[in-house]
Design a protein around this ligand. Structure first.
Ligand SMILES: Cc1ncc(C[n+]2csc(CCOP(=O)(O)OP(=O)(O)O)c2C)c(N)n1
Ligand SMILES: [Mg+2]
Length: 406
C-alpha cells in the first residue's frame, strides 16, 4: 500500500470565510508557482504545501504556534548555555532544537485543556522538553525539575528522563527506546473501552523502528482500531548512527503500510504541514477511524546528549563530541539543515499571511526569551531535593524507609 505524502497540492477550498482570503491567495500563488523547498538568501521558506486546515486557523492560534516554537528554542538554548557556563548547574537534556515544529504542530491539533478524562494524552521519548512545552507544561517548574529541585514538576527526582505533567496530558518522558508505544496503545485502548473520544499520541525517533515495540504496537493498534497516532521524528540519526544502519526503508512510514495504517510523510521543519497531518489524524481517530502514522523529516541541531561541541551564545553544536564513537554528523549537514529553520519558516509564513509583521515577530521573540530566562532564574532559587526524596511515592501509603541513609 502506498502512503500519502504531502507533496501533492492540497485542494483550495472554494467557500472560504473572508478571514482566510489572503491565505487562500497565498495558497493559489504557491500552487501556481509550484513553490518547492528552497532557500533564498537570508530567508528560509516553507515548501509551498500549506494544506487546507492551517489556513483557517485564527490569527491568535497561529501566533500561539510561533510562540511555542520560540519557547522550545529558547529553552534549549538557555539550558545549553547553562551547561556550558555554570558549573553549579546539574541539569542535562537531550536537546530538541531544530525539531520544534514537530511537537508544536502535533500538539496544536490536540485537546490540551480540561479534565483528565477528556484531554488527549502525549507520550514522549528520551528527548522530551519540546513535547512537554508544546503540550503545555509549566515551564518554570520543568526547569526546576530538570535541575533536581524539590519544587520541580515531579519533586526533583524525575528530572528529564521521567518528566511528566498529567494535568496537561503530558504523560511523560521515557528513557527506554520503544516501550512508550505499547503503553500509549494501552491508553488508546482505554479510551475506546470507555467510549471516550480522546486520542493518544506517541512521539518516537527513527531509532524506534528496530524495536519489537514499534511493530507490535502498530499491529495491535490496527487490529483493535485504536485512537493512536504515532509521530515518528526522523532526524536521520540514533545517537551517532544513521538510520539506514537499522532500517531498510527510506521513508519509515512505509512500515506503517504493512500494518494497514494510513501514513503521511511531512516536512518536519514546517509547523503548518505538521499541523495539517496531525489534524487529519486526530479527526480520524476521534471519529473511530483508528490509528495513523506520521513521519516528520527533521534534524537536531545539537549532538545526541548535552552540549558537547556547542559554544555558549551560539545555536547548534559543530565541534567534537567525545561520545561519538561510531560516526560524526558532518558540520555542513548540520548547517544545511539550519538553513531551513522551523522558527524562520513559521515566521516567514505568518508574515506572508499578514498575521504578523517583522517588528511584532521580533518583539514576540524578545518576550519569549525573557520569559524563559525568568523561568531558569526562578528554578535556580528553588531548594534542591534530597536523596531521600527519591524514596517518596514508591508506595501509595508512604515512603520507603531510607535504610542506606541511616
Ligand atoms: C532500549 C534502549 N536501548 C538503547 C538505549 C540508548 N539510547 C538512548 S537514545 C538512543 C537513540 C535514539 O534514537 P532515536 O530514536 O532516533 O531518537 P533521537 O535521539 O534521534 O531523538 C539510544 C540507542 C535506550 N535508551 N533504550
Ligand atoms: Mg533519531
Amino acid at each position: 500500500m502506498e502512503h500519502e505524502t504531502t507533496s501533492k497540492s492540497a485542494p483550495v477550498d472554494q467557500v472560504d470565510a473572508p478571514a482566510s482570503e489572503s491565505r487562500r491567495g497565498f495558497l493559489q500563488i504557491a500552487a501556481l508557482t509550484g513553490a518547492v523547498a528552497a532557500v533564498s538568501g537570508r530567508r528560509a521558506w516553507a515548501n509551498g504545501d500549506i494544506g487546507f486546515h492551517a489556513k483557517d486557523l485564527s490569527d491568535d492560534k497561529l501566533v500561539d504556534m510561533y510562540r511555542t516554537i520560540l519557547k522550545i528554542r529558547w529553552h534549549e538554548r538557555t539550558q545549553a548555555d547553562e551547561m556550558l557556563t555554570n558549573p553549579d548547574y546539574r541539569g542535562y537534556n537531550h536537546f530538541y532544537a531544530g525539531q520544534e515544529a514537530v511537537a508544536t504542530g502535533v500538539c496544536a491539533a490536540l485537546r490540551n485543556d480540561g479534565p483528565f478524562e477528556q484531554i488527549d494524552l502525549a507520550y514522549s521519548s528520551h528527548r522530551p522538553s519540546g513535547h512537554a512545552i508544546a503540550k503545555g507544561v509549566d515551564i518554570p517548574k520543568m526547569c526546576a525539575e530538570n535541575d533536581f529541585r524539590a519544587t520541580g514538576l515531579n519533586g526533583g527526582y524525575a528530572a528529564e528522563m521521567h518528566l511528566s505533567d498529567p494535568d496537561v496530558g503530558f504523560i511523560g518522558a521515557d528513557g527506554m527506546i520503544g516501550p512508550s508505544m505499547p503503553i500509549a496503545s494501552g491508553s488508546a485502548f482505554a479510551f475506546r473501552a470507555r467510549g471516550s473520544d480522546q486520542v493518544a499520541v506517541v512521539f518516537g525517533g527513527d531509532g524506534t523502528y528496530a524495536t519489537p515495540h514499534f511493530h507490535s504496537a502498530l499491529n495491535n493498534a490496527k487490529l483493535l482500531d485504536l485512537p493512536l497516532i504515532y509521530v515518528l521524528e526522523n532526524n536521520l540519526y540514533h545517537q551517532y548512527a544513521h538510520y539506514s544502519y537499522s532500517c531498510p526503508h527510506r521513508d519509515i512510514a512505509d512500515a506503517a503500510a504493512a500494518y494497514g495504517i494510513p501514513s503521511r510523510v511531512v516536512d518536519g521543519q514546517d509547523v503548518l504541514q505538521v499541523y495539517n497531518a496531525a489534524k487529519d489524524a486526530v479527526d480520524r481517530a476521534r471519529a473511530g477511524g483508528g490509528p495513523s502514522f506520521i513521519e516528520a523529516k527533521t534534524y537536531r541541531y545539537y549532538n545526541h546528549w548535552g552540549a558537547p561541541g556547542a559554544t555558549a551564545g551560539e545555536l547548534g553544536a559543530f565541534g567534537y563530541d567525545p561520545l561519538a564513537i561510531t560516526s560524526f554528523r558532518p558540520e555542513r549537514e548540520v548547517r544545511a539543515w539550519m538553513q531551513r529553520d522551523p522558527v524562520d519558516i513559521c515566521r516567514n509564513t505568518l508574515v506572508d499571511w499578514d498575521v504578523l509583521d517583522e517588528t511584532r515577530a521580533a518583539e514576540i521573540e524578545t518576550e519569549v526569551k525573557a520569559e524563559i530566562e525568568a523561568a531558569f532564574a526562578w528554578a535556580s532559587e528553588q531548594p534542591l531535593c534530597t536523596p531521600e526524596d527519591g524514596l517518596k511515592n514508591v508506595f501509595a501509603d508512604g515512603a520507603v524507609p531510607a535504610r542506606q541513609f541511616g
